[in-house]
Design a protein around this ligand. Sequence first.
Ligand code: ATP
Length: 330
Amino acid sequence: KCRVALLTSGGDSPGMNAAIRAVTLACEQHHYECIGFYHGYNGLMDDQAVNLTSELVNPYLQQGGTLLKSARCKSMLLPEGPKQAANTLNKHNIDALIVIGGDGSFRGMQALSHHWSGQLIGLPGTIDNDLAHSDKTIGFATAVQTATEAIDKIRDTANAFERVFIVEVMGRHSGHIAFNVGLATGAESILSFENFDPEKAQAYVEKLAVQIQQQQNNKHSSFLIILAENLWPDGPSGLQQALKQTANIDSGVCILGHIQRGGSPVVEDRLLASKLGLAAVQAIAEKQHLVMLGEVGGNLIATPIENTIQDPKPVSMYWLNAHEEALKGF
Ligand code: ATP
């Protein structure tokens, strides 16, 4: 009987539970055993296994987080780590391992593949949407929804007090969240890795100051700046101080932080996670190995893990530029 293992690794994302559920149900249908490992790759280091059944996983479909817990595991970066992980998988007679996580987790799969001969299947689970070969990653749609709802609330206060707000959103080193949220909230300015050069920070401050002053002259009441995390030197308060020093502009700062990672997955994430979970078990039946499953243009496709790590996932700038142009006339 085929034995399938499953773990969630790296940052948790809404929809991971829906994927775990779909994998478990598909395994039951195929008469495969389904074994979960807790705490990402740590569960392989110290053998934290659980038998997954439909009764156990069903109630989690609509919950954020991950019932298998997640973690970063430093041992995987050491030479002994992947060997230890392979030993645990062999001890449990595992035939295939499904890893739900981001690019770091996929690097872990590559490292493991040098020491373990079973099948390895990756599912894109990260709010950052920074994995190529899937239009969206599991959790991205929910994170964008959550951030948009939060920023709508900030907009109310910004309007009431006719204020400038700098709102920091997540995304690690990519602007998918920043740009999508910026467009959805009608932000007056969006700053992310794709349109910002830290060496020219002062020039951006001066440009922003002109935009803000123009807008205030036109008596539009609020100005929202969406700022990607890890972007501005000294973070959002650095930008806040620069606006004050350069043009005596006061602004509020809000760091949305971890509220973007949690919460019940939106329908889009439940569907994506469920489809990819079912497809992962089909891929195991088809003897696929070292691939990530993703949805591209409505089709489920398998891509070598190597490509998903190497290939960039550019943010489409077209509508953002169009939006920025349109705001100029406002
Ligand atoms: P997210 O970006 O959403 O946080 P991620 O999967 O990219 O998800 P990381 O913290 O980068 O998150 O990686 C998760 C885990 O994958 C690491 O803690 C480590 O155990 C493993 N990992 C990352 N990079 C490597 C690598 N180069 N070799 C082996 N294992 C790795």
